[in-house]
Design a protein around this ligand. Sequence first.
Ligand code: ADP
Ligand code: ZN
Length: 754
Amino acid sequence: MPKNDLISALTSPLAEEGTAEQPSRTLVRVALPVPVHTLFDYFVPSDQVQPELGSRVSVPFGPRKLIGVCVALNPSDAHQKPRAIHKVLDSSALVDANLRGMAQWLSDYYHHPLGEVYATLLPGAARKGSPTTAPTQPAWQADTAPQDLARAPKQLALYEFIRQASAPVTRDTLIANGFSSALLNTLTKRGGLTKVEVPKSPPGQPAAPDTLETPLKLNSEQNAALTALRANTGYRTILLDGVTGSGKTEVYLQFIADIIAGGQQALVLVPEIALTPQTVGRFQRRFGNAAALHSQLGDNERWQIWLGCRDGSIPVVIGTRSAALTPFANLGLIVVDEEHDGSFKQTDGLRYSARDLSVKRAHDLGIPLLLGSATPALESLYNAKQGRYQHLHLTERAGGAALPTYRVLDIRGQQAKDGISEPLKRVIRQHLDAGNQALLFINRRGYSPSLLCNSCGVACTCADCDLPMTYHRKTAHRNAEHLACHHCSRQQGIPEQCTSCGLAALQPVGVGTQRTEQGVAEAFPDVPIYRIDRDTVRSARALEAQFAAIRGGQPALLVGTQMLAKGHHFPDVTLVGVLNADAGFASADFRAPERTAALIVQVAGRAGREEKKGEVWIQTMQPESPMLQALVTEGYSGFAARELAQRSAAGLPPAAYMTLVRAESEDANIAGQFLTQLAAQLTQQAAQAELTQVQIMGPVPAPIPRVSGRIRLQLLILSDERRSLHRLLTGLRDAPKTPSNLRWSVDVDPYDAF
Ligand code: ADP
Ligand code: ZN
């Protein structure tokens, strides 16, 4: 529903049908899942239970029924003629005070309507009004024994088993102990047993204590880190800056054990779990009852875990970004693993950062926040440098393995057929001949990033996005070559001739994983090749199968995108080849060098994880690039220090605060006019409020100026003072009227900026 209709829904005659005023009735102010910064008032009819703050209520909204959260009771400035709510769904608060505070903060900080914040942070089942009672399952308890039971020894054994149990016994337990369902039914019919309902055990696959893994003996660096973590109490953010394989996870595990022993809960955020089931496995083997929260869960499962966290019955939760929004009865620690990872920032709707939210949350709860990474975000390094975060280091690999060495491979004037230069081929050969594996990293899927006309030089572009389409050869998954736009979902066949000049002279230009895979297959026919990217890996299971084969240890070549960079361990990889670092360093996005350096270090970290030492070769046409040089000679921290200095000099984050206002429309004029008007309004407000530090730039085209047929423009707002920026952004709530064919959004602390 467009915004203006929403406002009229509130004030329309429909909204005034409330019955005559009763003197002492309860009024509730409700946050509803609608895209406006307005809260809506209703009254509670006398036949309803009284809601609390944080109760869900079902209310009429225009002609519809919506479920919202009660955020104020009897507000002094209540609407004069409120409608009646339909139903109070929770007699006691579903959303506790902590979570309400967090929702309000998210709304204020990200300038997102409170009702939509709730729609993001409540699980689907909660939004649909599911009750908070836990689902039950049948269980059996013993009555007086039927006569002559001794004549049926099996029934007697079952009866005795149940009689001696301390609580009613579920069917699963009985079957696990060798009793059949048929036997259970027979005995129940004879009257020896009573069936009762018991709560289903909370999700999270509790394991028997005797199968739990014992903690490792820490090395001296890990020990020092753990001691430092234990040395304080209350709020602090600790950046655990540890090289790949330095045993950060073991430090988390042992610190979490303390927290659980103290009766508190721990939340662990990770970038991805669908693709790294071994991470969850490690926590489950250590703690027995660790629940995993991720996007592939069913509605009910997610709801039960959410409730289990809220009531305190689940001690440890491992989850992706949205797990940061879960309520906890008694949270004692938040860990953000791989804290530099871009997936912690949501890029649509409520554009929150799970890492930044965790800082706020830990601060409010007075608990520690542990950020771990081998390649910390510049934001985190900056905060550590400013003394806001405690900075702990792990400089060596836990198992004693050596870190890989870096080499810059100058390929100027060289042919790099299918992305691989001759010198790199020779190095690959040496490693394979020594019985080892090599990993080639190229952050581009498909065969070629473009299909170009050899005669006029025009590329085949997406009709909706104006950008070159990626050329894909046929594969096991898809029996035809095709073009795919990697910005929208458009796919099409290969044109016979150039759409611009009409000649049949189209040729793939540039290199993607598929082309490199083919190139190495020709150059190294004697070894298996594993390509790992989104086109070849469709599921966690497929990925596991690939990894199992690779861990077999025979000489092999791995070709892949950043999918290969995430937390996996390949003991026999001794060579990492980075094929196209230049493209990453050269991108227009100010965060691109940071992201590229982190990726290189993370991919490099897959090599030589055990006895075998690894080396990393970086192909480049710009061997003197100061960024590359800093990275290979001083490592990530040297690179980061240099990059941080540059960002400060340029007045960019983390030395300044940034917000993007994006607008998109099929009509460029509409988006342009809207942002121009908005920029003028903000400029005027900034002048009035004397917010001189705030710069408003634009409107300018977005980095991808047209996607799916919509023109995208943006305003960039920068300030070296967070408070001024936020004061100004509050003015966005009185934005100019939104034309119906325009979409616009605010992105505070954007991750993808240009
Ligand atoms: P990180 O999280 O820093 O990448 P991990 O915690 O995954 O590192 O540890 C890397 C490897 O080293 C794992 O195989 C882990 O079991 C092992 N490891 C960690 N700590 C120790 C230790 N103190 N002694 C022996 N091995 C260890
Ligand atoms: Zn497209």
